[in-house]
Design a protein around this ligand. Structure first.
Ligand SMILES: Cc1cc2nc3c(=O)[nH]c(=O)nc-3n(C[C@H](O)[C@H](O)[C@H](O)COP(=O)(O)OP(=O)(O)OC[C@H]3O[C@@H](n4cnc5c(N)ncnc54)[C@H](O)[C@@H]3O)c2cc1C
Length: 142
């Protein structure tokens, strides 16, 4: 589902998507509702027109992946933590999860504009937990 009538992604990625026979693009559409229930899981989606709000269509599916843009959701941190020019939380020390505020540690995709993978996010989560534990110990907290 794509809410516009063309892709803004890089030309090569857009062409690969359009040339893939396993992918059908539904233009000018947004997800209205993921259909299904707790016992059977996802059964499909109902889509709605982004231009024609009266248009709806139900599509059968057994899975649902949502990918909307690459801008981190960090507006609420503005003025409180240093962010990079791409709005990711800035790590202030190499190989550490330290941020611009002492005692605040950042992990996962929100602080990583390069790898953005589950395993790297989980790894930096472990780093942040250790950094926090050591910081607390240094401050005398048990
Ligand atoms: C379609 C798709 C396919 C992917 N495939 C792969 C793959 O095959 N292999 C792989 O390794 N990685 C894959 N990834 C990347 C992987 O999902 C991410 O790297 C990983 O989920 C990052 O984990 P995270 O905990 O840092 O962030 P997230 O999983 O994004 O979790 C952040 C959480 O914070 C919540 N949140 C946001 N703002 C606030 C707020 N203000 N207050 C409270 N909570 C908030 C969000 O709702 C979310 O639950 C894929 C990603 C997408 C979108």
């Amino acid at each position: 589902m794509h809410r516009r009538d063309s892709f803004r992604a890089s030309k090569i990625m857009a062409e690969r998507t359009l040339a893939n026979p396993k992918i059908e693009v539904k233009w000018n559409s947004v997800i209205d509702e993921v259909l299904g229930n707790d016992t059977q899981g996802v059964a499909g989606v109902r889509i709605r027109g982004s231009v024609d709000a009266n248009f709806t269509e139900e599509l059968a599916a057994t899975g649902y992946f949502c990918a909307i843009g690459h801008t981190p959701n960090t507006d609420f941190l503005k003025g409180q933590l240093a962010l990079t020019d791409k709005k990711y939380i800035a790590w202030t020390t190499p190989h550490r999860t330290y941020t611009s505020v002492e005692g605040v540690f950042a992990a996962g995709d929100v602080a990583d504009d390069y790898y953005r993978q589950a395993i790297t996010a989980a790894g930096s989560g472990c780093q942040a937990a250790l950094d926090a534990e050591r910081w607390l110990a240094l401050k005398g907290f048990e």
